[in-house]
Write a protein that binds this ligand. Structure first.
Ligand SMILES: [Zn+2]
Length: 246
């Protein structure tokens, strides 16, 4: 069975002497593994188009266990992501996080388009990636079904106490009366709540022109990190560790 679909390469690993297994986020079938025959040979047919970040139209043949790539029509390699190590590491984190959240065989068009847009925006930036990364993290969580509740108290539905905390475990805001149910709940200011809403609801292109203030960003970083850690089944992100060591 042949399948033609747009897809982004999330990951590539060597398979045997000269082949590779690539993890694709495909528009028509979600996350899949596919063999790229001969892609590890210097002039292999698929050595171009099966590297991480590559976005193109793939023709896939469904074998017994795995898909096999039979053709790639490259639309964008996002080569500018490789211009500097910080940019590349942020972009690698985007792929790593996406790969760990999406599920095999499940389509997610909104997320697919958001990922491509995000890679395209980052590839044209040269500094201050934090705001766009936070926006992508929140949109990814939202589109993958992990949207945090930030309109009302997630426990008692109270919407007007003036002061909230953020509980990753409970999945959103806790009002003053409910602080006690999660001892790990984090401080969250009303400004940060509004910034979170903005990042979730606004288009990435518009967000890319903004910069979150350092103190808000610091609070938001802590919250998003804890939230991802609680809801994503992955302990460590190699790219994040690298970023923290740079
Ligand atoms: Zn409450």
């Amino acid at each position: 069975m042949l399948l033609k679909t747009n897809a982004v390469v999330l990951k590539q690993r060597k398979f045997g002497e000269s082949d590779a297994i690539v993890t694709l986020f495909a528009k028509k079938v979600g996350k899949i593994q596919a063999v790229a025959k001969g892609s590890k040979r210097p002039r292999g047919k698929y050595s171009v188009g099966t590297q991480p970040f590559c976005y193109g139209e793939f023709v896939l043949f469904k074998g017994r266990d795995l898909y096999q790539i039979s053709q790639v029509d490259l639309k964008h390699s996002f080569y500018k992501l490789r211009e500097n190590v910080i940019k590349l590491t942020y972009a690698s984190y985007i792929l790593e996080l996406t790969e760990s959240i999406i599920t095999e065989g499940q389509t997610n068009n909104r997320l697919f388009h958001t990922l491509i847009k995000c890679l395209s925006i980052i590839s044209n930036m040269d500094k201050e990636y934090d705001t766009i990364i936070k926006a992508y993290e929140l949109k990814l969580l939202m589109y993958a079904g992990y949207k945090p509740e930030i309109d009302i108290c997630v426990h008692c539905a109270n919407l007007n106490t003036g002061k909230f905390k953020f509980s990753s475990r409970e999945g959103g805001l806790l009002c003053k009366d409910c602080f006690g149910i999660d001892p790990y709940a984090l401080q969250i200011s009303n400004v940060t709540i509004n910034v979170m809403k903005y990042l979730m609801d606004t288009d990435l292109t518009q967000i890319s022109r903004l910069k979150i203030k350092p103190n808000i960003l610091k609070e938001l970083n802590k919250i998003v990190k804890q939230y991802i850690h609680t809801h994503v089944d992955k302990d460590k992100f190699k790219s994040l560790e690298l970023l923290e060591s740079l």
